[in-house]
Structure formats: structure tokens, C-alpha cells
Design a protein around this ligand. Sequence first.
Ligand code: GUN
Length: 294
Amino acid sequence: MTKILDGKTLAITMKDEMANEVRQFTAKGMRPPHLVAVLVGDDGASQTYVASKEKASKEVGFTSSVYRMPATTSEEELYKTIQFLNNDDEVDGYIVQLPLPKHINENRIINAISPEKDVDCFTAVNLGRMVLNEDGFLPATPMGVCTLLERYGIETDGKHCVVLGRSNIVGTPMMNLMSRNNKHANCTVTICHSHTKDLASFTRQADILVVAIGKPEFVTADMVKDGVVLVDVGIHRIADESKPKGYYICGDVKHDEVDEKCSWVTPVPGGTGPLTIVTLLENTLKAYKKHFNL
Ligand code: GUN
């Protein structure tokens, strides 16, 4: 029988744990941790993500701020904001919500973030630390997937994990985290992408399949083996006038036909998304503790 990797419920438990820890600090008169989100432009999905991060920050007792900047913001203006945040002692961590408007060089902006405040773990410095297994932040979405697997007791050691997608944010760091020498990793990892030939021949070998390809309902039943642990990182809003809201939400997996073949599966929504946010909060708490030598 298929079991659900319920990220929504797990995230509530983990946020409760974190809120308790934060209360211990504030009870001593310390200021709470402070997470900032920088949002440039009016991309609908980005606004939703930032609102979720703001809500979760408040739930665990953090201070949360959003720097909203118009789509016409120049790269220099944004760069100056980054430098301001790097030097602001009241800010423990911040994120620059992606995508940025096309006229802004995303790499330049991301790598201007102080590595000590880069709670998304997007900078070259922090990604390098992750690859080298050095202490630092871990990337929110892939680490959220690892936490979900760990907390549900999914065996990973020696398993074949196939990762679909090679983005800097998900696929590539996912490959690193699942293959590292760690009790809750130690997988043999195959990474597949748009140039992979006969993709299904790889996905069908997966004991654990992590899908982050950014294409609605891309993975179909013929692409997975019976008993697979399936993690769907995708989330899409598809216009549909027949639905009360005028749209429906789906992932990168065609769940209505694939789920029955899985031993475990993440729902969309309520699977990996809530754990991404929890990891972001964990990274912010880590930055705060480091700042105050706690
Ligand atoms: N855009 C899509 N996902 C993310 C994320 O996790 N962090 C940021 N900063 N931007 C994103």
C-alpha cells in the first residue's frame, strides 16, 4: 500500500520544536532571529513563496521582513541593498527570491550575498562548503527532501537514487546530498536531464526517484518501478475554468496513475514545499546562533 510522505504535518512538528528553542532565547531578553526576503518585481509564484516564508517565520517567533522592489530596479540598486543587508547587524539571514528580472545578472547578485547570511545556500562559497562536507548552510529544497526521508525512516544506504533535473537550486545539490557519506544518504546517484537518452530506462531503475524537472505531470506510470519512493519537487498552477479557483495545482508527476506503484510518495501540495521552508528557518536559526555564539 502506498504511504504518504506528509511534509505538511512534519513541518508543523518541526516548527513547534523550533518555536520552543526561539522562546528560550527571547525569554532571556535576546532579540528574535530575523529573516529577510528580497522580492524584485511582481512574479505571482514568487509573491506566494515569499508570503509563505513570512508566515512560517512568524509562526516560529522570528522577525520577518520583506524588501519589495519594483521590476524596474537596476542591478546597482539591488547590489546596494545586498551590501546594506550584509552589514545590518539586526539581520541574521536573507534570501533573494528568484527569478530576478532579466536585466539583472543573477549570479553577480547571488554571489554578493554574505556567505554567513546566505540561508538559501545559493552562493558559490556555501555550495562549495556543502560539496566538501564542511560546516555551513545546506540548500533548503534538497535538504528538506533529505529531512523528509530521514524523519519517515526511509532507508537510503546503498539505494539507487535517480534525480531528474540538474538545476543549481535542486537537482545538482540533491545529487551531492544523497551521495555523501552520511547515515541518511550513501546512495548511488544517477542524475538525468534534458540531454539524457532513454530517460525511462534510468527512472525505472530508481529505488528513490527525486523529480525536479519543472514540467507538469511529466513522470508517468510506465517510468517507475513498483515500490519506488517517489519525491515530487515540482509545483505548477494550471489554468482550468472548470475548477472553483480557475486553476489546479499539480507537480512534475502524474500522481493519479503513478502513486499506486509507489511504496512512499510526496503529495503536491503538502510534500516537499513545507520542508523547504523549515530548512530555511533552520538555516536562519543557525546563523543567529553563530552570530551570538550560542
Ligand atoms: N525560487 C524558486 N525557489 C526558490 C528558493 O528556494 N529560494 C529563492 N530565493 N528563490 C526561489
